[in-house]
Design a protein around this ligand. Sequence first.
Ligand code: FE
Length: 340
Amino acid sequence: MMKKSLSTAVLVALGMTAFGANAADTELNIYSARHYQTDEALYGTFTKLTGIKVNRIEAKEDELLERIRNEGANSPADIFVTVDASRLAYADQMGIFAPVSSKILEERIPAHLRAKNWFSYSTRARVIVYNKDMVTAEQAQTYEGLADPALKGKVCTRSGSHPYNLSLGAALIQHDGAAKTEQWAKGVVANFARAPKGGDTDQIKAVAAGECGIAIANSYYLARLMNSDKPEDKAVVARVTAVWPNQQSWGTHINVSGAGMLKHAPNKGAAVKFLEYLASDEAQSYFANGNNEWPVVAGVKVANPALEKLGPFKADTLPIGDLANTVAEAQKIFDRAGYR
Ligand code: FE
């Protein structure tokens, strides 16, 4: 698994230690679409433990994928890190990943959070937030309920073509079927308080402001506001109520941040070590806490006041790799329903 094809000494003799050339796994090149404050500690600890130098290129997801595609077999990239299962699946469909077989990863990461060619390292939940002056608690318990005509003029959401909503749509198709999901999407569109715009934080703020009665948002956006010291953020949090949706049925939809080893990785040994390191207790804390997410490895604790306050919940256990199977269908359904 961590066998080196050539020793460092041989490579140095051959003058092959430049970035991009095979540096005999003394270096690791990471292309990451994730950047958080805890990253220095995350990568620094890996270097301390292994002696492997980490080179990072951070950019938007699409730019990195374009770069990997253009670099082809000459790509120096060993690892690709990004967020959202449908994006990871898209990268996988491009054929950029190589399969990794690792006992450590199999033991530490729950099966439903592993795909064939990539691994999840943190989870986030798609929660419902509502304004108590406009919506009752009973109306805010399920994703399906967002299509209830009683919520006419009250629902806010970001674009239906955003990966977070497409992944939710993909899960709805698998749990409720395509026909019901299409009815649902039409119902949600009919309930819009306004045309979709902005990000998830904008939806939470609009609920607080009373512009919408109810919205969906990823948990870390809410947690970020909850952990903020800014008076304006505290005011927003005070005016919204958060719900774990679908606790009586299939559970709250979760999504992930994840990573995989690239097919043309020059440092495959280092890449596997890094993927295994990310599943260690220490790395799990950094990785999850950097964005107010939950670790995937059981028993790893993170001290995050907002997540503690939100409390435990029943999460959907749909295999994360399978979400990708219905993302394209979700996009078609949303298009037909006018959920753009
Ligand atoms: Fe996000």
